[in-house]
Design a protein around this ligand. Structure first.
Ligand code: AMP
Length: 502
């Protein structure tokens, strides 16, 4: 019986001790080193006086060291939260306020950066921690973990300007990864290439599928995502047979048809994508050059670990047809609810996709109010307490009984693979003293964030003022000055009218 994800690392370090577990440009670790370094880190965490089940931050550059630190924190019985070192300082401060971490794993080089924040917890310096193969205190903590304990907290955009900490349990990850491994028949001979940052849920299967199966995980150097031919050469060189990336990363390759220069047909077995709409126009290019690959469209919010539905592409689609998001994953129920909270079963009728199952997050860390709003009582169950998660995504069933994603109900968008609440940008802009009213809309056609505001300022002038508050990917791509932003009958900004200016 499995109570924690650590069983996978225990087993892979015993069976595949000398095999590469994780590789990056500067460093690699075998499964034995992965295990031993994680146990060493856990020992350091325990010895620094950090209690069981406490939040521990990882503040490191993207590298092999990040997943190793995650497992160190898990071995200590605590839960991890990765922080992007490039994130604006104000946003990091807000995350730290929510999380109140007890310790941080960082490097000698980055310690000074972290010291600038209002943080009084312990410091564990990665390179100062020695690996150890076993430790009594660590083993005791590991044995105490139960599967409803938190494994990690990932922060996503929050409309009030404070990111929301999605809290995921060991059970959630075990469920999702078991399903994944079974569905795609993952084995030790497979090899994975990671694209997504570790603070993003799309990286979760990379870390845990490889760990469970004893397969190697290669962290693709970031600059290759702007050099598609080099990217494919990298996949060839490392003999990668499975990729699980966001569509934006796959599109980089199909846009210039990089397959004409590098043939991966004898290597690549599975191309899995999740996190945003995959346009069939782009997928068809992949399918044309690599027809024997298994393609799968996975759908899901961070609140459902990584995915809760899956569609394994099994027929032809025209370029302008939507690709279904498919069917619920095993041990997960998808309820499509209409505005009256009734179950939608009829093809073509639109409703909100709601998720039910053990894979669901335990809520938003230190945010009861938002948790209550999004994780609600199942309206179809009046007999006992049972929570469902309301995704805010509008979907329908097609004539084949498959789910099809249509749009969002609210102001959350996906831009270049990033989940963004437009409200978070509006909150940052509104804080500038010369702004009285502002509004953000997403211009799908040009894939850019459009900001309307009543301050005559250019995009370039605005940039440095926002840089400290929101990440680069949230900076508006177009800024429109309006002396009087139109209001509707309720006195609210008339978003419909503004759409005409996109
Ligand atoms: P995140 O929490 O960053 O994974 O973002 C979750 C949101 O991304 C979902 O609520 C959807 O709006 C969108 N999303 C995720 N996967 C897909 C998909 N396969 N197709 C369309 N939208 C998706």
């Amino acid at each position: 019986m499995q109570a924690s994800v650590l069983d996978w690392l225990e087993s892979s370090s015993q069976s595949f001790g000398d095999k590469i577990a994780i590789w990056d440009e500067k460093e690699e670790v075998t499964y034995r080193q992965y295990h031993d370094q994680a146990v060493g880190l856990a020992k350091a965490i325990i010895e620094s006086g950090i209690e069981n089940k406490a939040p521990v931050v990882v503040f490191l550059e993207k590298s092999v060291r990040v997943p190793v630190s995650f497992m160190g924190i898990a071995y200590a019985g605590d839960f991890y939260s990765p922080i992007d070192i490039g994130m604006p300082k104000q946003r990091i401060s807000r995350i730290l306020e929510v999380l109140q971490p007890r310790a941080v794993i960082t490097s000698k080089e980055l310690k000074g950066e972290f010291e600038k924040f209002d943080y009084t917890g312990k410091y564990i310096i990665y390179e100062e921690v020695a690996p150890i193969s076993a430790d009594k205190a660590v083993e005791k903590r590991r044995q105490q973990i139960i599967d409803t304990d938190l494994l990690y907290v990932l922060f996503t955009s929050g409309s009030t300007g404070t990111p929301k900490g999605v809290s995921i349990t060991h059970r959630g990850v075990i469920d999702c990864i078991d399903w994944f491994a079974e569905t795609f028949d993952i084995c030790p001979k497979d090899s994975f290439a990671n694209q997504a940052p570790f603070y993003f849920d799309v990286s979760v299967p990379d870390i845990y599928l490889s760990m469970k199966s004893g397969a190697p995980l290669y962290l693709v150097p970031e600059d290759l995502f702007v050099q598609p031919v080099r990217l494919l050469e990298f996949l060839r060189e490392k003999q990668i047979n499975t990729i699980s990336w966001v569509p934006s990363a796959l599109i980089v390759v199909s846009k210039i048809k990089a397959f004409r220069s590098v043939d991966l047909s004898d290597i690549l077995k599975r191309v899995i994508f999740c996190g945003e709409v995959m346009p069939n126009k782009q997928l068809n290019i992949w399918r044309q050059y690599l027809p024997n690959v298994v393609y799968a469209n996975l759908y899901g919010p961070t609140e459902a670990v990584y995915a809760c539905t899956c569609y394994i592409v099994n027929r032809e689609f025209a370029d302008d047809e939507p690709l279904p998001i498919g069917f619920p994953m095993k041990n997960t129920d998808i309820m499509v609810l209409d505005e009256e909270e009734a179950l939608v079963e009829e093809p073509g009728k639109i409703g909100e996709l709601c998720v039910r199952g053990t894979g669901m997050a335990a809520g938003y860390y230190n945010n009861q109010e938002k948790t209550k709003e999004m994780f609600v009582q199942n309206p179809l169950n009046h007999a006992y307490e049972e929570k469902i998660y309301r995704t805010g995504d509008l979907v329908k069933y097609n004539d084949c009984g498959e789910l099809v994603y249509l749009s969002r109900k609210d102001f959350q968008i996906k831009h270049l693979g990033h989940r963004i609440e437009l409200g978070e940008i509006e909150t940052a802009v509104s804080s500038l003293s010369d702004v009285t009213r502002c509004c953000c809309l997403y211009d799908e056609k040009h894939a850019r964030i459009c900001l309307f505001l009543d301050w005559d300022i250019s995009k370039e002038e605005l940039r440095p003022l926002l840089e400290n508050m929101i990440p680069d990917y949230m900076l508006p791509g177009k800024v429109i000055y309006m002396e009087n932003i139109p209001l509707n009958a309720n006195g609210k900004i008339d978003r419909e009218k503004l759409k005409a200016y996109l």
